[in-house]
Design a protein around this ligand. Structure first.
Ligand SMILES: NC(=O)c1ccc[n+]([C@@H]2O[C@H](COP(=O)([O-])OP(=O)(O)OC[C@H]3O[C@@H](n4cnc5c(N)ncnc54)[C@H](O)[C@@H]3O)[C@@H](O)[C@H]2O)c1
Ligand SMILES: O=C(O)C1=N[C@H](C(=O)O)CCC1
Length: 258
């Protein structure tokens, strides 16, 4: 079977390096391009590092992006012109950037997921079911812990879980967003969904959703121990996206958690 020509942006980052490692053991892919935010005279897996240009992505079938929001949008401009598929793992987009991503998906297939793991996408679905099943007496909040290097908060995963809660109430998450705490030892439930983000050590990712009505607490949680969880999910997404029409897809479309 013809191998998929893969481009990895942010190739020297934590996720970029993990993706290079995981794609080496995945028979479906051949690394065709590796990019970073500046010209670096280095070769990895026989590929000369490049920056994000049309030339760099010319021989690519799909680009996997775990970088920063403004880089992702640069990549989408190029991908849209070259008609390349894009898997977006980057998080920390604002509402304006989310709208731009949606606009690019009119011309190319894009799969975007703040967390590429099966476990978190299942937890998002379970949070939606719980939220739908619990009456208005129940308040909810989301807690997450990640490594000390992570700049954005709440995490993209926490926002996904918040969206699951909001979807369960048939509401828009932006209208249900409560307070965003950082490194608090404890944090309150609120009328909206409050978030607390802890940044410490080299933690890969821990998330908890809690529902409370004054008489009981219901908790759903997930722990990630290896970044291969995310790179395996991204490679699965890239293979799934190859024959899709233009549109904005999620891991839940791939996993069929409707
Ligand atoms: N969706 C998921 O499952 C998932 C999992 C892990 C991390 N992430 C997200 O992926 C992103 C990256 O995480 P990380 O831990 O790898 O961060 P990192 O800082 O280790 O890596 C980011 C890389 O992107 C590079 N970069 C920045 N601007 C660039 C540009 N213009 N062109 C090319 N490369 C550029 C940086 O130089 C760096 O090497 C974050 O937003 C994080 O939240 C998502
Ligand atoms: O390490 C990170 O950064 C992660 N980012 C994603 C998020 O923002 O939720 C996924 C989990 C790890």
């Amino acid at each position: 079977m013809k191998k998929i020509n893969l481009a990895i942006s942010g190739c020297l980052g934590r996720m970029g390096q993990q993706l290079i490692k995981s794609s080496k053991y995945n028979k479906n892919f051949k690394i065709a391009a590796l990019t970073e935010n500046k010209a670096i005279s280095k070769k990895i897996a026989g590929i000369k590092l490049d920056i994000n240009t049309e030339q760099a992505f010319k021989k690519t079938d799909v680009i996997i992006d775990f970088t920063v929001p403004n880089c992702t949008l640069d990549i989408l401009k190029i991908a849209s012109k070259l008609k390349k598929k894009v898997v977006i793992g980057t998080t920390g987009f604002n509402q304006k950037e989310e709208i731009l991503i949606k606009r690019f998906s009119k011309s190319i297939p894009i799969l975007k997921a703040g967390n590429m793991s099966l476990g978190i996408n299942l937890l998002m679905y379970l949070s939606e079911i719980a939220s739908k099943s619990l009456n208005e007496e129940y308040l909810s909040k989301v807690f997450e812990i990640h490594h000390k290097h992570k700049k954005d908060y709440p995490s993209g995963t926490a926002l996904m879980l918040g969206k699951g809660i909001a979807d369960g109430k048939n509401k828009n998450l932006y209208n249900l967003m409560g307070k965003k705490f950082l490194n608090k030892k404890s944090f309150p439930y609120g009328k909206k969904i409050n978030f607390n983000s802890i940044r410490k050590g080299e933690i890969i990712g821990e998330h908890e959703v809690a529902f409370y009505n004054g008489k009981e607490i219901i908790k759903l949680n997930h722990e990630a121990f290896d970044r291969a969880l995310y790179s395996d999910g991204a490679l699965t997404a890239a293979k799934w996206l190859i024959n899709k029409k233009p549109g904005l897809y999620s891991m839940r479309d791939l996993l069929n958690f409707k």
